[in-house]
Design a protein around this ligand. Structure first.
Ligand SMILES: [Mg+2]
Length: 267
């Protein structure tokens, strides 16, 4: 039988005092999650004013309809166009869609400019992708997240442009802040430019209206497996969590979702 050895990190973790294992229950919002709205398409609209106010679809390359729309503007979204939709389908839904070949260099420069403006307002904790990032909140941010969101949005509008908008979510941890951010995006009369604050005392009520696939990490396959396991809703109370992590159907991801649920108050 092979001998198992522990790495330094594992050894430190296992020999740490037992209380370090206890999940801390946050008393207030601690994280902010920011996601730019229709990033590639809005950068295109910011760079070329002829595209503003028009349904725009960004495609990998020019000259063929046998490809997909990889990003679309809010005007295109209003017609039902979605990211990663075949061009032929997008044209059916929105005959006036303007297809623009992608310009990675333009998006990279916009990303760098936006990040440097955000850093002037609040330190960035982690950049999650070209258009998503997360920040830890200091005392002022925890007290008045609305003011922080407004200051961020004004700084970005004044120094980069008004066409590239973002949605911001605040919650006790990064996972919940990401979900709040997504909800904020959909909450207004028009898509995007949202602010959503989920304080620990407000939970779990805002989660009840979500679909399973609104939980980060739950894609189509995981959703199918959860439904097969008898989990149909996002009611992740403690009992729900036990269902989520039980059995072989959900696998290790189920345990991660369970860990997220442990931040919720017991009701
Ligand atoms: Mg985005």
């Amino acid at each position: 039988m092979p001998i198992k050895t522990l790495s330094h990190i594992e050894f430190a973790r296992l020999s740490a005092p037992r209380e370090n294992y206890a999940l801390r229950k946050p008393e207030t919002i601690e994280r902010m999650y920011l996601d730019f709205d229709g990033f590639f398409a809005s950068v295109e609209q910011q760079a070329d004013r002829r595209l503003r106010g028009r349904p725009v679809g960004v495609v990998p390359f020019d000259g063929t309809d046998r490809t997909c729309v990889i990003a679309c503007s809010r005007e295109a979204k209003a017609f039902g166009v979605k990211n990663v939709m075949p061009v032929a389908e997008a044209r059916q839904l929105c005959p006036d869609i303007v297809l623009v070949p992608q310009k990675p260099d333009l998006y990279r420069r916009a990303h760098n400019a936006l990040l440097s403006e955000i850093q002037s307002v609040i330190p960035i904790d982690a950049v999650k992708s070209i258009d998503e990032l997360t920040c830890c909140l200091d005392g002022d941010g925890r007290r008045d997240p609305q003011e922080l969101a407004a200051r961020l949005k004004t700084t970005l509008a004044d120094n980069v442009g008004t066409v590239i908008t973002s949605s911001v979510g605040f919650a006790a941890n990064r996972q919940l802040a990401k979900m709040a951010c997504k909800e904020g995006k959909r909450a207004g009369a028009i898509y995007g430019n949202g602010v959503m604050i989920w304080r620990p005392e407000d939970l779990p009520a805002p989660l009840f209206g979500l679909k399973l696939s609104d939980i980060p990490g739950v894609g189509e396959n995981m959703e199918r497996r959860l439904i097969r396991s008898g989990v149909y809703t996002t009611v992740v109370r403690r009992v729900g969590c036990q269902v989520l992590c039980r059995g072989r159907e959900t696998g290790p991801r189920g345990h991660r979702i369970e860990a997220q649920g442990k931040h919720l108050p017991r009701r």
